[in-house]
Ligand binder design. Structure first.
Ligand SMILES: Cc1ncc(COP(=O)(O)O)c(C=O)c1O
Length: 396
């Protein structure tokens, strides 16, 4: 836990992103000579598609790599517009698209452009922690909207009614950490509720393309006033390139542009030039999706065999969100135990759900098949031992 420092601004006292701290603990153990299976972070084990790497080499040789415009390279904005046409059948003009420094940059720009300090913004829990933490840093009130297994971890309009008047709402589909996809029947009523009450919606679509059983519609198919963001990090396997985008309502673009000019000048030029090639590398990306699907299936099997039966949908994204309350341990204690005894790094749920997070852990399926199968074997061996130990305690 960090101790608030009264010398500096209060906004720096937001919660840490605990995943990064778990990564640090795993790395320290690795440096001490242990071989760690990394299921703590949603990061592909593959590098960027080959054509992206080739385009980066060419750009290094041939391009001056100066600043681009604040909203990004015109060619890339056009290419993203074409992506919406080809993938979703949507006509999104390039001038509604802003290239950003990853979906993280999209969060900052869109939160700042949409809401003033004191606004009330609904955030689904369990959900990606940086929405809540960024909003709090900006002085925006976070209205927690808890969802659970009863609705497949999907928010409903009844949840929105219960949350009270909202200036804004942040949704994600597929969701991190539950893997829940919002299909048309779930998404359309939420958007209608928000349009009727003047609630501005953001939908984080960073895990689009990473779906295993059913397609995930874009919110833009139902409503052109929502703000949608996406990223090259996940489907295109480009986490470290720090590249993403926003599709904004037309009237919001000038505000986003002014903020981007002042906050970052421009997204990274090398990544933008290379990222152009990502959209022509779909065969590689789809091969990765096949691997994630096999990883999900094998991990779900291993978890169920190990006595973990309350598991969120895992229809998409990189994660399996597991209720561990029957173990009698907190998620923090279980994650520590697995790191120290199984050399297996997974994340306690506290990042994603402040109130119920100690009852859940999140495991990532983004790694290699070998690592996921091996993780499953270690969990099964742990469960067999744990059950035997519990049995011998009862016998005593
Ligand atoms: C739901 C969600 N949104 C946004 C991000 C930020 O991604 P990036 O900044 O790498 O594009 C992540 C990263 O894990 C995420 O899981």
């Amino acid at each position: 836990m960090t101790t608030p420092d009264p010398t500096y601004a209060r906004r720096g006292n937001i919660a840490p992103f605990h995943v990064m701290q778990v990564m640090g603990a795993a790395r320290r153990r690795e440096e001490a000579g242990h071989e760690i299976l990394h299921l703590e972070v949603g990061q592909p084990s593959t590098s960027a598609p080959a054509a992206v790497i080739a385009a980066a080499h060419a750009a290094l040789e041939n391009d001056r790599l100066g600043y681009t415009g604040a909203l990004g390279l015109p060619e890339l904005r056009d290419r993203i517009s074409r992506w919406y046409r080809d993938r979703y059948g949507l006509l999104i003009p390039a001038d509604r698209i802003a290239v950003t420094t990853g979906a993280s940059g999209s969060c900052v720009l869109s939160f700042l452009a949409l809401w003033d300090p004191g606004a009330n913004v609904g955030v689904i829990e369990p959900g990606y922690p940086c929405y809540r933490n960024d909003l709090e840093a900006f002085g925006i009130n976070v209205v927690r909207i808890p969802v659970d297994a009863a609705t497949g971890f999907r928010p409903t309009t009844a949840d929105l009614d219960a949350a009270g008047p909202l200036d804004g709402l942040v949704l994600a589909s597929p969701n991190n950490p539950t893997g829940t996809v919002l299909s048309q029947q779930h998404l359309a009523p939420l958007l209608k509720w928000c349009a009727a009450g003047g609630t501005q919606v953001i939908v984080d679509e960073i895990y689009h393309g990473l779906v295993f059983d059913q397609p995930a519609p874009s919110a833009l198919e139902f409503d052109q006033e929502v703000l949608v963001f996406n990223s090259f990090s996940k489907y295109f396997s480009m986490t470290g390139w720090r590249l993403g985008w926003v599709v904004a309502p037309e009237a919001l673009v000038p505000a986003i542009e002014r903020l981007a000019q002042n906050l970052t000048i421009a997204p990274p030029t090398l990544s933008q030039l290379a990222g152009l090639a990502a959209f022509d590398s779909l065969e590689e990306c789809e091969a990765n999706v096949g691997r994630y699907r096999r990883n999900r299936d094998s991990l779900l099997g291993a978890l169920r065999q190990s006595g973990f039966s309350d598991i969120a949908p895992a229809d998409g994204a990189f994660y399996v969100w597991v209720d561990i309350s029957h173990t009698g341990k907190t998620a923090s204690a279980l994650c520590k135990e697995w790191l120290e005894t199984l050399n297996l790094a997974v994340t306690p749920g506290i990042d994603f759900d402040r109130e119920r997070g100690e009852s859940f852990v999140r495991l990532s399926i983004a790694g290699s098949e070998h690592d996921i199968v091996e993780a499953g074997e270690r969990i099964k061996a742990w469960a067999a031992k744990d059950t035997a130990a519990a049995g011998s305690n009862e016998a005593r």
